[in-house]
Design a protein around this ligand. Sequence first.
Ligand code: PGA
Length: 240
Amino acid sequence: MKLIRVKNYEEMSEKAAALLGETVAKKGDSVLGLATGSTPVGMYQRLADAHNAGKLNLSGVCGVNLDEYIGIGGDHELSYRYFMSKNFYSLFGFDESRAHIPNGLAADLPKECDRYDALIEKLGGIDLQVLGIGRNGHIGFNEPDEVFLKNTHIAELDEDTRAANARFFERPADVPSKALTMGIGAIMAAKEILLLVSGSEKAQALKDAMTGDIDPRLPASILQLHPNVTVIADEAALQK
Ligand code: PGA
């Protein structure tokens, strides 16, 4: 793992946008594995600004998101599809037929998981995967477990994950208890991974992920086995 230390969220976002921009400059039709949450929002804003300023051309890329809540449709304002449109794609007029996200309303969820894995394979795999990390060490919604789950699957969300995400919902009880998530297999098969970490509440998980045992109870620890991971972390996230 390569670690880039930055001062704060702004610098993390700046650096992340620059690195992702380099990948797209080299390969205009890159398949980008994308994440939701507060962490990547600043990076998305900068990428959209660069595109709109003519410094970067994002129109040829494909977006493949990590996860989606089950039971919420893509036009619901708390869905991750809506999040991506609002915080990234709409900022630069992206053709959203190039944006892929699991369908949390699919009638047959196991079939939807298979469809998503087949789609990633058909796209040729992920060139660059952007990841955040949960306080519990999750990546995507790969929650702490006894085993690493390879394929896209239905995840039962940890109580800690639901508590962390409650800030977006009117009532904590409204946070869905299940989601569809890309598995560890597609993430680890990405050619390059960018892990973004900001804030003291992530410090312990980051330390354990980088230096602890490789253990499915801390899913991000698997990243130690990937040959091309860049961690961009700010001072608060590196305080442990
Ligand atoms: P956050 O979420 O960016 O909102 O902190 C990250 C995650 O849970 O993976």
